[in-house]
Ligand binder design. Sequence first.
Ligand code: ATP
Length: 355
Amino acid sequence: MKTYRIAVIAGDGIGQEVIPAGIDVMKIAASQAGFTCDFTQFPWGSEFYLKNGRMLDADAVDQLMKFDAIYLGAIGDPRVADHISARELILPLRQRLRQYVNLRPMRLLPGITSPLAGRAAADIDMVCVRENSEGEYCGIGGRLHAGTPDELAEQTGIFTRRGIERIARYAFTFARTRPRKMLASATKSNALQHAMVMWDEVVGEVAKDFPDIEYRKYHVDALAARMITAPQTLDVIVASNLFGDILTDVGSAISGSLGVGPSGNINPDRTTPSMFEPIHGSAPDIAGKGIANPIAAIWAGAMMLDHFGERAAHDGILKAIEGVIGNAKVRTPDLGGTAKTADMTKAVTAAMVAR
Ligand code: ATP
């Protein structure tokens, strides 16, 4: 029987509550589809930092290389500065494991009310393919004359032809798997005359290899507005690191709750493990109360199984999620109900077993 080895970093806050839910669901999906998942837990995160002065073991990347994928909960703790928790765990893993694609479905599930008036599930079904390894978040720059009136800061964005071409190619290929076969590229070539002009040139060149995809480019500000005013006209979106970061927050806001959206940090070359996580953070305000919505983590688990090529297992989990959210009987407080994390998880597993 095929076995997938999965490294689990449940991390901080509600990560510790929603990741076990995702594991329970994946185990059922695996047994239904005829494969097994072997989960290995790692204690990394803010608690680990407070004890050991580091977010990860020094050889964490070497340890993780032995796995088929990484299942991450959330990283963030009020006792640890954000630039330490994110910069020393999530960003190095994304970069060292060459997870150059950040894949973010932005879908309004049937049964959830969007803050956009009059919009239903059929109107909001987008996926953002965000460049995850370079661009505006490459970290190059510095500060000079700190604390003086002459202080200056420089933050450099790095865009490479190779980096743009591979994210564009992934996005076009991904668009081919979708019924509408559309790709929107987020640019700002009217103001960023070097990087974004090159972005447009390279994406345009890749587009020639995909004549079956309806390709359009939009300035990122107009695209953000379009996500609000005409989300039904958008399907797959390809964006740089910063633009994708902002657009996906718009996407998750119009999709209802933060507790629902998943994401994947993917190395399409498959030479290193990819990493799947809910989009929400550690939610310290509700951590420990057992009321976090586990759907985002469960959906992230489904994406991981899809990455392994286990499409039927992915689809089974998604059907169960849609059923539970759609019938509105079991809802955590973020969706207006009173259910606990465990109730929601039980409802999803029951829906899977009932199929
Ligand atoms: P962090 O610093 O780790 O990013 P945060 O509180 O700034 O934490 P989120 O964790 O994303 O950011 O939480 C934002 C808000 O959304 C919080 O009020 C939180 O309670 C709520 N929230 C996030 N995830 C969930 C979830 N899975 N279920 C219910 N509510 C959630």
